[in-house]
Design a protein around this ligand. Structure first.
Ligand SMILES: *[C@@H]1O[C@H](CO)[C@@H](O)[C@H](O)[C@H]1NC(C)=O
Ligand SMILES: *[C@@H]1O[C@H](CO)[C@@H](O)[C@H](O)[C@H]1NC(C)=O
Ligand SMILES: *[C@@H]1O[C@H](CO)[C@@H](O)[C@H](O)[C@H]1NC(C)=O
Ligand SMILES: *[C@@H]1O[C@H](CO)[C@@H](O)[C@H](O)[C@H]1NC(C)=O
Ligand SMILES: *[C@@H]1O[C@H](CO)[C@@H](O)[C@H](O)[C@H]1NC(C)=O
Length: 176
């Protein structure tokens, strides 16, 4: 009996070790790769010229440094992209090629002060951890997607549509 329990414990231990040693790092690496691929795909859709340091750091050959790419910040595990801050970067393009489904851990997106046009994608409504969305001082068209109403964590929202500039500080609004 004692031997069986011991071997069962050993199995459990080996299983856990295998899990942590092999599966977990693989999972982190593949999710970092999909995050990086989504960002690079978007970068390649933007109109040149890009700021040189942005163009060179946002590269799959620089995947190991994803958390210190220009304008990118990671969460406190230093593995997952949580912020994009391209405020005032003078960029021209749209958000069409940015696949938010591959960046589910975003908490802050700041694109204020660029020349982004096109529509605001409804997929932003699936970023359930988003607290700050600043799309102000750009050239977006159309309407604000209803799906943004799903963003329960959102505390700050700013955007520009059809000649109207809107700033909502949701936290201030809720607790004056
Ligand atoms: C980005 O850098 C690549 C070389 O790595 C260059 O070919 C390309 O023209 C640059 N793109 C922009 C928009 O500056
Ligand atoms: C986060 O990871 C990068 C490499 O991707 C490293 O240079 C940096 O020092 C790390 N930061 C922290 C706080 O661990
Ligand atoms: C974003 O970048 C701008 C300019 O570099 C900076 O002023 C701002 O504090 C940054 N952070 C956020 C959360 O927007
Ligand atoms: C901003 O980008 C435009 C092209 O899109 C360029 O002509 C202009 O020089 C840039 N300005 C700055 C301050 O980088
Ligand atoms: C949001 O996520 C749900 C479930 O993952 C998915 O079915 C839906 O297509 C997504 N919506 C958008 C606009 O991406």
């Amino acid at each position: 009996m004692l031997d069986m329990t011991t071997s069962q414990k050993l199995y459990a231990l080996v299983f856990h070790l295998l899990f942590f040693i092999f599966l977990l790092p693989l999972k982190i690496t593949s999710s970092q790769r999909t995050e990086a691929e989504a960002l690079v795909k978007w970068k390649n859709s933007l109109s040149p010229p890009l700021p040189p340091s942005l163009n060179s750091s946002w590269s799959l050959t620089n995947l190991a440094n994803l958390c210190i790419w220009d304008a990118i910040a990671c969460d406190n595990t230093n593995t997952t992209v949580s912020q994009i801050n391209l405020s005032g970067a003078n960029l021209t393009g749209t958000l069409t090629a940015l696949d938010f489904a591959f960046l589910p851990h975003l908490t802050q997106i700041n694109l204020n002060g660029n020349h982004f046009g096109g529509s605001i994608p409804s997929t932003i409504g699936n970023l359930s951890k988003l607290t700050l969305l600043d799309l102000g001082n750009n050239l977006y068209e159309g309407t604000l997607p209803n799906k943004l109403g799903q963003l329960r964590e959102l505390q700050y929202l700013s955007f520009f549509l059809q000649q109207s500039q809107w700033h909502y500080s949701l936290s201030a609004y809720e607790s004056p």
